[in-house]
Design a protein around this ligand. Sequence first.
Ligand code: NAD
Length: 248
Amino acid sequence: AAEDLDHARELVAGAGRIVAMTGAGISTDSGIPDFRGPNGLWTRDPGAERMSNLRAYVGSKEVREQTWQARLAHPGWNAAPNTAHRALVRLERQGRLHSIITQNIDRLHHQAGSAPERVLELHGTMFETVCLTCADRRDMREALDRVTAGETDPPCASCGGILKSATISFGQELDAEVLERARIAAQSGDLMLVAGSSLTVQPAAGLVGLAAGAGATVVVCNAAETPYDSFAAAVLRGPLGEVLPALT
Ligand code: NAD
């Protein structure tokens, strides 16, 4: 409702140190489907979930082959940031956005112009590969070129181990340093701005509770309900491409 937008706008205008928590919903307008939204990858094909499960990936060559094809065809390679990403850049240039904690792997915050040191990629990046045996990291391009050339499950060029995108799958630990930085950031803001996340993946979602516990005002912008809506001073259900620009 209009009053909610006005209230949220006042809260954002009055905040001096904003920390954003973004999820797949901020990138749907850029053509990258989310997992759990109405047009989400898992909503349309629940079986696709196994591609994001570490055990399934390690345990099945077939899952890895399917995942490599999905990586090759990923809309993120050609995606451009949208008005919602750009609204966060504006807040940063006003000197009021301290960090963006993102669950996204698409680097669209970077592309939009957010300062890289302020973007905490909690779930890693699709732009690199990592070897599950020797931890060798490389540009994703290398592996995708090998897949295009005919390798269906390219092994690590360094040790022969299983290669995966440098993203966090279910069953996989988050990078401890990134998580710690995100925890500190979440507790240091006076306003936690959630944008486009169902807040159902832990420990990411818990950072919103951490922020609230540290005294931050929470504003949730998400089309669907989240388990943290009751923590929020304002909840906005409108499309992010309109809501975020209206807040900044
Ligand atoms: P999610 O799919 O669980 O939730 C996305 C939420 O955004 C949904 O509740 C949906 O209703 C809402 N939404 C979608 N488009 C919207 C719009 N235009 N305006 C307002 N709301 C909108 O995503 P999540 O919470 O980020 O968690 C899923 C996991 O999937 C994360 O771990 C993330 O790493 C990964 N993921 C990332 C990308 C990406 O990098 N773009 C894409 C898909 C999944």
